[in-house]
Write a protein that binds this ligand. Sequence first.
Ligand code: CP
Length: 319
Amino acid sequence: MNPKDLKHMHFGKDLLGIKELNVDQIQYIIDIASSMKVLIKAPNKKSPHLQGKSIITLFYENSTRTRMSFELAAKYMSGTAANISVSSSSVAKGETLIDTGKTLDMMGTDIIIIRHGCAGAPKLLADNVKASVLNAGDGMHEHPTQALLDAYTIYEKRGGFKDLKVAITGDIKHSRVARSNIYALTKLGAKVFLAAPGTLIPPAIEETGAVIASSVDEAITDADVVMGLRIQKERQKSALFPNIREYAKFYGIGEEKLKLAKSDVLLMHPGPVNRGTELTSAIVDGAKSVINDQVMNGVAIRMALLYIFTRGDRYENID
Ligand code: CP
């Protein structure tokens, strides 16, 4: 299917979070991604969708999957893609985020993809540049493109979301992936259960509609999807559990725990995985794991987003 055959859908200038998207927009992005995916497997990975468009990745935090999939997505679609290495750019000389953004604007940039350690940094940038800004993860706030690729992976395998039981386990407090997935999956009709030590559950998270399970076993039992999350040591200011071995014993998932879920459960993880901590190697590499599908779908989702956010008709009142 050609993406142009899909019905028209309006988006804003920027993609800052899942919270701002409605169900139709999420489904539209998934449908476009599914029409783009064929290109990733093609011997000649080149389409003209981004011809003449300029895409910059501006990452203030480390990344393998998100940055590389955006850059490959841009290149597969004939866009011009460049990366700013923050450590060797003028940011290291004290240039502000807004000045960096305005500089990129003057170079003719169409899309800036930003990852930043501070929640709200993509919004600050978006409010001060003409380019579209796509949030590639901001602090503990949101990681919308990860949630979209996760939703696409579930949709591809299950054909829908209604009443699916999704268990999210691990460091929920520090996880922008968890927050964006909770917003996306509850909107789409899934029932989301969270399991983590009390110190790793964020306050008022039940207001999103997610349920805090009393144990990992309760969250996983009869689950259609189990999503493990990485322990984010870089964001933990104090010891929030006694040690990794004890965490792995009580909150890690292995073959025995996974048997509590439905027999056709999808095992997911946004990556990078701490093997042996949140998930054992046996299940990461096992038959129920769709972690590799998530990686491929990440390129397709980012192709869809670059296509949507470089389209001249993407939003009303374009100036
Ligand atoms: N899932 C994710 O954001 O991975 P990276 O940090 O490698 O981009």
